[in-house]
Design a protein around this ligand. Structure first.
Ligand code: VAH
Length: 309
């Protein structure tokens, strides 16, 4: 990677990713973009407003900056997508299709994140294999499987250098997530610091894969810099650092904040989404093919989150 365009760059992943990429590759070699435009987006480096569903605007931005890599993060997340599946399809699939066409035209490498949301109730739930049944029951999951298949198609048919990971729930303190099902694992830290209490919308005993944002950012960079000859499962690799349920994160917080309390106010819509996803992923393919090796476990993440919020 030398000249990089990040779409959806003002979201939860993009905020941390742009900062780290600029530290490594240089401020002016990382162009960020988002549908929204705010003055503060221009402070950290080159930013241009761009709607990824506008094929012409997407192509012109990438060509103008002569990028060699596109990290396409623009997407609607699971819970928000169930409220507006038409908007989700437009952004998550038409936007992705544009990223493939632009990458093909300009010869760019392309990263597109998938998700544990690409699995469904018929997927083996524990130690979910790299290659297995993918029949998600959310519009979000269907868009993610579509994206995986399209990215593989463009690699096989046109030789496009497409790569992706299936992200678990991502936890960070720099930018809040928006409209996801795993967001409870971010909100709990903010509520712990603010109120010493949290009401979880995900029920006790609901295990989901999770990862701290520094490990997620490292995984994108590691994958994009990996030797292409070693990549078999390009779109997309299972990645995860841990699997936990709300009681686990509560206990982890109580090791630092003994008076922290939590109760449950379950949201049936987001609980149903969580229940359709795996409990834990098998990440051996990522570890073997490009050295995926997350550093943060739950307690180390909790310590860092509570220190920085
Ligand atoms: C969501 N945070 O909850 C996203 C992610 C694995 C979950 O895709 O929709």
């Amino acid at each position: 990677m030398k000249k990089i365009l990040i779409t959806g760059a003002t979201g939860q992943i993009g905020t941390d990713l742009a900062e780290e990429l600029r530290r490594i590759y240089g401020r002016d070699n990382v162009i960020t973009s988002s549908r929204r435009d705010k003055p503060e987006f221009h402070e950290a480096g080159p930013f241009e407003s761009m709607d990824c569903t506008d094929a012409k605007a997407f192509y012109e931005l990438a060509k103008k900056h002569e990028v060699d890599t596109i990290l396409h993060l623009a997407a609607i997340l699971s819970a928000q997508g169930e409220k507006n599946p038409n908007l989700l399809w437009d952004i998550n699939v038409n936007g992705l299709y544009n990223s493939l066409e632009v990458s093909k035209e300009l010869g760019c490498a392309l990263f597109v994140p998938s998700s544990i949301g690409s699995f469904g109730p018929s997927t083996p739930r524990d130690h979910t294999p790299q290659t297995t049944i993918q029949r998600p029951t959310t519009a979000y999951g269907i868009s993610k499987v579509t994206g995986e298949l399209l990215c593989d198609y463009y690699h096989l048919k046109y030789g496009l250098d497409t790569r992706g990971v299936r992200f678990p729930g991502l936890i960070s303190y720099k930018a809040l997530p928006g409209g996801g099902t795993t967001d409870y694992a971010v909100h709990i830290y903010h509520e712990a610091k603010k109120n010493g209490h949290y009401s979880s919308y995900i029920d006790k005993g609901t295990y989901m894969d999770m990862m701290y944002m520094p490990d997620a950012v490292d995984s994108i960079i590691q994958l994009m810099e990996a030797n292409p000859d070693k990549l078999i499962d390009r779109n997309a690799f299972n990645v995860s650092a841990m699997s936990f349920e709300p009681e686990d994160i509560k206990k982890s917080i109580q090791k630092i904040m003994p008076d922290f309390t939590m109760d449950y106010d379950v949201d049936p819509i987001r609980q149903a989404i969580a229940d359709s996803w795996p409990n834990s992923l098998d990440t051996s393919a990522a570890r073997e093919q490009w050295g995926f090796n997350p550093k943060f476990d739950l307690d180390k993440m909790t310590e860092d989150m509570l220190k920085n919020i």
